[in-house]
Design a protein around this ligand. Structure first.
Ligand code: PMP
Length: 428
């Protein structure tokens, strides 16, 4: 058993009342065959578990904590704002400031609506695209995760251009058949689908850089093709930047790649660690939303003052001239050390990194889509994960997740981590 006695006791109790003992499945550590630790507190780059062990954290709450854990700019803001009320259900000024920040930073977003999670953002963007185009079909890519709404919990067999099979019990097949799953980075599959059904396709939804089945990068020209094909057929392009938005730069991947999607989805970083989501884009499309238009979408806690203020505090800090360059500097330092270490040890690997996001694959296959990701040495990953965790390095408890650096990480943290990696590799 790798976790301490208090974590073990909490998990045993949790399992009696919470399905699987967790409120989100990946937290159960099933992909690495073990049990999770429970967190007592976290600060900067470090997490402390209930048994008093500390870890350098490479997850950052799965993306939101880009300044590190509990930065004073966010905790002070939350304390101050909470004194004046934590939810009103009536418009508040922070919502306007958040909308201004998002529309200024992301040029494709002319109007934006706040919601409470990435799932809500993508679900609403899809409903909006269907309402705007008056078409039912949507296209997603194998291995892309867009939250757990019914239309998006579909991933067909890779390489096959098929109508969707539900990926979860409880999603009616009749519903899922409107979701078409394509292999990622496969231009011919896309072109032949649109040639056949393009005039019935409401939208393509794509993770701007797919980061939920490893971290997979688009091949040159692929994102441009998504843009041009949707334009040709009158479909919409929805960029899911829940993970990458405000993390890889002020304008996310669309800024890096020079892409102008019709709609974009956000979450994570813009809430400063509080529950949040947002979707936005072309004004003519967004104006279809209630109360102005016929597409219904709503939320009791949407635009919540605490989440807005915490997110704004985080964005303000990031927007300082040093924020994104510093994240790149840290990422490059880590990448260089990691490549050197793995080459010295002769470990077959691929490493994808952009800015503060990275993913290490234990394979020498080129990573083009989820098929390649699935072929890595999963047993090696599991051993590596536990060896690192035992020595105080917390990596994602799954070989399919992306790692995150924060502004609280230091070069010393990264070097310590690389030393632990070296020790871990020696034990496998
Ligand atoms: N889209 C992407 C790209 C995501 O990575 C996630 C969550 N990791 C979601 C949507 C869903 O967000 P949430 O968990 O906030 O519902």
């Amino acid at each position: 058993m790798h976790t301490g006695p208090l974590s073990q006791k909490l998990f045993a109790t949790a399992k009696e009342m919470i399905p699987g003992g967790v409120n989100s499945p990946v937290r159960a550590f099933r992909n690495v065959g073990g049990e999770p630790f429970f967190v007592r507190r976290a600060k900067g780059s470090r997490i402390e578990d209930v048994d008093g062990k500390t870890y350098i954290d490479y997850i950052g709450s799965w993306g939101p904590n880009i300044l590190g854990h509990a930065p004073a700019v966010i905790t002070n803001t939350i304390h101050e704002v909470a004194k004046d009320g934590v939810s009103f259900g009536i418009p508040n000024p922070f919502e306007v400031e958040m909308a201004r920040t998002i529309t200024e930073w992301v040029p494709s977003v002319e109007k934006v609506r706040m919601c409470n999670s990435g799932t809500e953002a993508t679900m609403s963007a899809i409903r909006l695209a269907r309402g705007f185009t008056k078409r039912d079909l949507i296209v997603k890519f194998d291995g892309c995760y867009h939250g757990h709404s019914d239309s998006l919990l579909v991933a067909a067999g890779s390489g096959a251009l098929t109508h969707g099979e539900p990926d979860s019990a409880g999603v009616p097949a009749d519903f899922a058949k409107n979701t078409i799953v394509l292999p990622y980075n496969h231009p011919e599959a896309l072109e032949s689908l649109f040639a056949e059904k393009g005039d019935r396709i409401a939208a393509i939804i794509v993770e701007s850089y797919p980061a939920n089945a490893g971290f997979v990068l688009p091949q040159p020209g692929y994102l441009d093709l998504l843009c041009s094909i949707t334009r040709t057929y009158g479909s919409l392009l929805i960029f899911d930047e829940v993970m990458t938005g405000f993390r890889l730069g002020k304008a996310g991947v669309q800024g890096l790649e020079g892409i102008k999607p019709d709609l974009s989805c956000f979450g994570k970083v813009i809430g400063g660690g509080l529950p949040v989501g947002a979707f936005g884009g072309r004004a003519d499309v967004m104006d279809m939303l209630a109360p102005d238009g016929p597409v219904y979408q709503a939320g009791t806690l949407s635009g919540n003052p605490l989440a807005m203020a915490a997110g704004l505090a985080q964005l303000k800090e990031l927007g300082k001239t040093s924020g994104y360059p510093r994240l790149e500097e840290l990422g490059a330092h880590f990448e260089k050390g990691l490549r050197q270490l793995l080459s010295e040890k002769g470990v077959p690997h691929r490493l994808n990194r952009v800015g503060s996001m990275f993913c290490l694959f234990f394979t020498d296959r080129e990573i083009i889509n989820v098929d390649d990701v699935m072929k890595q040495d999963l047993e090696f990953f599991r051993k590596f994960f536990w060896a690192c965790l035992d020595k105080g390095i917390y990596l994602a408890p799954s070989p399919y997740e992306t790692g995150f650096l924060s502004l609280a990480h230091t070069e010393a943290d990264l070097d310590d981590t690389l030393s632990v990696f070296a020790e871990a590799l020696a034990t496998i």
